[in-house]
Ligand binder design. Structure first.
Ligand code: 1HA
Length: 276
């Protein structure tokens, strides 16, 4: 894949390819790719840009690795050194939990988001990989929660969706004990889709992306919304409903309603059947 830089950021890299793939990478390897508010706002900006680009169908989400000491990481969660009263402090000293906005964006973007996890996916970083549609791990991947150890917890997607993915038993174990799990274990309990040697991880991600991109964009976006509808409450149903409206607007039936309104006449839906 021929990656082209797409915008200039401080804490992340954003690239795109002609094949319709975007690549987002957290670039704080010396901090194990822990995120501060700037990192998260840049990630949100990147995901919005990707959402609005009709040529992109798949996003690879990863962390720049290895660090200078040779250690790989996807993301080690919130940067504890900027944690203040009530959140993670931005440059103005405002406490933010803006990773929750990012979680929602990854969830609602009508494209396939694939996490490429090499090394640590810990704390809020573990939740980020969890929320991606697919998670491809390198053989050196390490997953785990630390919240109860460092005085934090994610009682949203980090709890409920984790339980949907790995089951209540395992989810409770992960949060109550704060153990670390290797790639084999994670595959065994259904947290990830595959394991690849670390040097082949990106190539594996591109391979999965290309397979997805051969399929119907509308079918895929509706299926993503359908999966979210099952797990994300009314916000998930809203996404599926949005896809239905999106399709309906393209029909002559819907256009008749709009045209009649604009032409200040009664709509004539007599051409449209009440199908079974
Ligand atoms: O729970 C939430 C939220 C809940 C609700 C709403 C929003 C939330 C937002 C975020 C979070 C959280 O993410 S809480 C959980 C925060 N994360 C952690 O507790 C993980 C902390 N890190 C580690 O456990 C370890 O660093 C590691 C297992 C990932 C790697 O260990 P290793 O290879 O031994 O490296 P280590 O020496 O610990 O780290 C290398 C450098 O990176 C250290 O800095 P240095 O001493 O060289 O100056 C270390 O301090 C830094 N670092 C690593 N992780 C973080 C970090 N600095 C700040 N924050 C980190 N999370």
């Amino acid at each position: 894949v021929n990656w082209k830089t797409w915008g200039k950021y401080e804490d992340i890299f954003l690239d795109r390819s002609e094949e319709g793939i975007a690549r987002v990478a957290i670039n704080r390897p010396e901090r194990r790719n822990a995120f501060r508010p700037l990192t998260v706002s840049e990630l949100c900006d990147a995901f919005i840009k990707i959402r609005d680009d009709t040529s992109i169908g798949v996003v690879l989400f990863t962390g720049v690795s290895p660090a200078k000491d040779g250690v790989f990481s996807f993301c080690a969660g919130g940067d504890q050194s900027v944690r203040g009263e009530g959140g993670y402090l931005d440059e103005e000293g405002l406490p933010r939990l803006n990773v929750l906005d990012l979680q929602r964006l990854i969830r609602s973007i009508p494209k396939v988001v694939i996490a490429l996890v090499s090394g640590y996916a810990i704390g809020g970083g573990q939740v980020l990989h969890l929320l991606c549609d697919l998670s491809l791990a390198a053989d050196n991947a390490v997953f785990g929660q630390t919240g109860p150890r460092v005085g934090s917890f994610d009682a949203g997607f980090g709890a409920g969706y984790l339980a949907r993915v790995v089951g209540q038993r395992k989810a409770r174990e992960i949060w109550f004990l704060c153990r670390k799990y290797g790639a084999q274990e994670a595959l065994h309990f259904g947290l990830i889709n595959s394991i690849t040697p670390v040097e082949q991880l990106e190539a594996e991600g591109v391979k999965w992306a290309k397979e997805i991109l051969e399929n119907s964009p509308t079918a895929i976006r509706c299926m993503k919304a359908a999966f979210n509808a099952e797990t994300d409450g009314l916000a998930g149903i809203q996404e599926l409903a949005g896809q239905a409206t999106h399709l309906f607007y393209r029909t002559t039936e819907a256009k008749e309603g709009k045209n009649a309104f604009l032409q200040k006449r009664k709509p004539d839906f007599s051409d449209f059947d009440w199908l079974p």
